[in-house]
Design a protein around this ligand. Structure first.
Ligand code: MN3
Length: 197
């Protein structure tokens, strides 16, 4: 069975009032993410050893070798998580998650600053993640290109932001810090993150 784009929980125009326009979704979801899905389906069709494997299995089993199979599978998984990390009603932190953030980062402001810095300092293309570490504490990590906590085994993903230029150039041009601040304040789906705790 071929891999498919996930169905989004919102329309392509639903995030515009929060700073992510319809064109960004059209290109990012409809072109970039679709291209990774098409490429991975090509690899699966050409390699019987991949038949029936889940996306997670392919990401984990190809992570050490890297290369095009990992890059495409990883990018599909990362984007699946990214769409879940956006919401037209984003920005509000549920009490359960806020309590955990205060325990592990000291304050919501410190958490947001650390997340923003992770995204800013990811040189070139990549991702910034909120994960539940294997020690049970919240952690912020970053990864280049198609890397992820799933691939590295660092912990369970709660939320992720894409800092590839294609994620923010239509809306924020070169201003990655402003994109990240807006995501943290207005778009981040903390409800989803809390549901994964
Ligand atoms: Mn992307």
């Amino acid at each position: 069975m071929a891999f498919e784009l996930p169905k989004l929980n919102y329309s392509h125009s639903a995030l515009a009032a929060k700073g992510m326009c319809e064109e960004t979704l059209d290109i990012h979801y409809g072109k970039h993410h679709q291209a990774y899905v098409t490429a991975l389906n090509g690899f699966v069709a050409a390699d019987a050893s991949l038949a029936g494997k889940s996306l997670e299995d392919i990401v984990k089993s190809s992570a050490a070798a890297g290369g095009p199979l990992f890059n495409n599978a990883g990018q599909i998984w990362n984007h699946n998580m990214y769409w879940l990390s956006l919401s037209p009603t984003g920005g509000g932190i549920p009490g359960k998650l806020e309590t955990k953030i205060n325990e592990d980062f000291g304050s919501v402001a410190a958490f947001k600053e650390a997340f923003k810095q992770a995204g800013i300092t990811q040189f070139g293309s990549g991702w910034a993640w909120l994960i539940l570490g294997n020690d049970g504490k919240l952690k912020i990590t970053k990864s280049p290109n198609a890397g992820s906590p799933l691939a590295s085994g660092e912990g369970k993903t709660l939320m992720v932001v894409d800092v590839w230029e294609h994620a923010y150039y239509v809306d924020f041009r070169n201003r990655r810090p402003d994109f990240l601040q807006n995501w943290l304040d207005n778009l981040a789906n903390y409800e989803y993150a809390a549901s994964q705790l």
